[in-house]
Design a protein around this ligand. Structure first.
Ligand code: PLP
Length: 469
């Protein structure tokens, strides 16, 4: 027997043990601190072990409780960043995906799995009002944005053979950093990313976009893309697509919409996202607002031919094996990845287990919780709401009377550290018009009203801890 083979009874035993541990962990979430009592030293000591010559067998699972203990849990009181809560049926999908171990390069490598991914991508496209778009799943919004800008570049200033030519990309000041990163990686340069000012609600100003595009055009510069946000990462603001799309078109730019944070909320509030279909490409992140475990992002596009022009390098030999449109299909000709994991399975299981209505209700709940938190902030004398609540992100700060902004930045930074150390809720920070703010973002199906109420309670308690010294 190959030394890596295990008896199937042993596999089943390990699965049962893992299932028991997982259920116990999920049961413990309500009582766990929102951030573990741990440190860099401790995690290094426990987990940075040498790899021994001899295996330890099933005892390896004995370290899982340590893993649980030193992990930031998917708690009902987790409101940091933009991060989904990890729906457990989807976790079973990850186990099964690894067991069947399909490589989703192309249909011929993974017949069922490739069809399932196509189906899941079509569901996602339909949710956001882009039925008919195609695309693929990927590691996250950053990967999706990178692929989108690569497509935009290939469509407007083909770079595949000759290398990148100078061209300009437009986005609002509030755009996610992955766009600047993509500019750098694609050889377009961050100097060629024009950051357009926003209105009082942090939405791109179309007249400012027009002005910047006109100036560049007059100077002989080629527009490659406009990136609009459907849910900016800080405040959840939605750029005015109806006004941006015609300007992008008039100046010959590709329109990409970064919907990694917000666009999937179209399931619950379609009226906020009526114009996503104006985009040439759209990024989504099911590991945010569809509560899926990481990783699963998605890039949708209107025109698969542009994806192939950008990502296909094998042309004939891939298609030569089959003339059939289904059997000849290759994801690797439309994506930067070749070997791809079976990300679709968790979505396939989770979305169908619960059904559309359940996800719609969960998102509606998050939106309601965010409104109620904003209301609590408004009603609390020492707190200041720092941005309108467009979706489920609430930006605020502690503001005792008579303190200058610099001091408030310092104070709120200290409050954030204290809130996390207290361990009841987890929130993070952001910068709003240059000021340090506390930020709670609710994309969490475990959260209850009491959990949301704990945010203001904890911030006020942390502030009073600090003033007591
Ligand atoms: C989270 C986010 C991204 C990046 O997505 P990852 O999945 O973290 O790579 C990009 N844009 C926006 C608006 C986001 O919220």
């Amino acid at each position: 027997m190959n030394p890596l083979e295990i008896p199937l009874e042993e596999f089943e035993r390990l699965c049962r043990q893992a299932a028991r541990m997982s259920a116990g962990y999920l049961e413990s979430l309500v009582s766990r601190p929102a951030f573990p009592a741990t440190s860099g030293d401790i995690t290094e000591r426990i987990f940075h072990q040498p790899w021994a010559e001899q295996g330890i067998g099933a005892a390896v699972l004995d370290t899982v409780p340590e893993l649980f203990h030193h992990s930031r849990p998917p708690s009902p009181r987790f409101f940091g960043y933009v991060f989904g809560s990890g729906e457990p049926v989807a976790a079973i999908g990850d186990l099964l995906a690894s067991v069947v171990n399909q490589n989703l390069t192309a249909w011929r490598s993974a017949p069922a799995a490739v069809q399932m991914e196509k189906a899941v991508v079509a569901w996602l496209a339909e949710i956001v009002g882009c039925a008919g778009f195609s695309g693929s799943l990927c590691g996250g919004g950053s990967a999706a944005n990178l692929m989108a800008l690569a497509m935009a570049r290939e469509a407007r200033l083909p770079a595949k053979q000759r290398g990148a030519q100078p061209g300009v990309v437009y986005a609002s000041e509030e755009v996610h950093m992955s766009i600047a990163k993509s500019m750098a990686l694609l050889g377009l340069g961050t100097d060629n990313l024009r950051l357009i000012p926003t209105d009082a609600q942090f939405r791109m100003l179309p007249e400012e976009l027009e002005r910047a595009m006109y100036e560049d055009e007059t100077a002989g510069k080629q527009a490659i893309a406009v990136v609009a946000s459907a849910g900016t990462v800080t405040t959840g603001s939605i750029d005015p697509l109806e006004e941006i799309a015609p300007r992008a078109r008039r100046h010959g730019a590709w329109l990409h919409v970064d919907g990694a944070y917000g666009a999937l909320a179209a399931l619950a509030v379609p009226e906020k996202f009526t114009s996503l279909a104006l985009a040439d490409s759209l990024s989504l992140d099911p590991h945010k607002w569809l509560y899926q475990p990481v990783d699963v992002g998605c890039l949708l596009f209107r025109d698969a031919a542009t994806a192939r022009a950008t990502f296909a390098h094998t042309g004939e030999y891939a298609r030569a094996l089959s003339e059939d449109p289904v059997e000849g299909f290759a994801f690797f000709e439309e994506s930067l990845e070749l070997s791809r994991r079976f990300r679709a399975l968790k979505l396939w299981l989770s979305l169908q287990y619960h059904g559309r209505a359940a996800f719609r209700a969960a998102i509606a709940n998050d939106l309601k919780h965010a409104r109620s938190l904003a209301e609590r902030v408004r009603q609390t004398l020492q707190l200041e709401l720092m941005a309108p609540v467009a979706l489920s992100a609430v930006c605020f700060r502690y503001r005792p009377a008579g303190k200058p902004d610099e001091e408030l930045d310092r104070l709120n930074r200290a409050i954030l550290k204290r809130v996390i150390a207290r361990g009841r809720v987890y929130i993070s920070n952001a910068s709003v018009r240059g000021r340090f703010v506390l930020r709670a973002c609710i994309v969490n199906h475990r959260t209850t009203q009491q959990d949301v109420d704990a945010v203001v309670e904890e911030v006020m308690a942390a502030a009073s801890d600090l003033t007591r010294g």
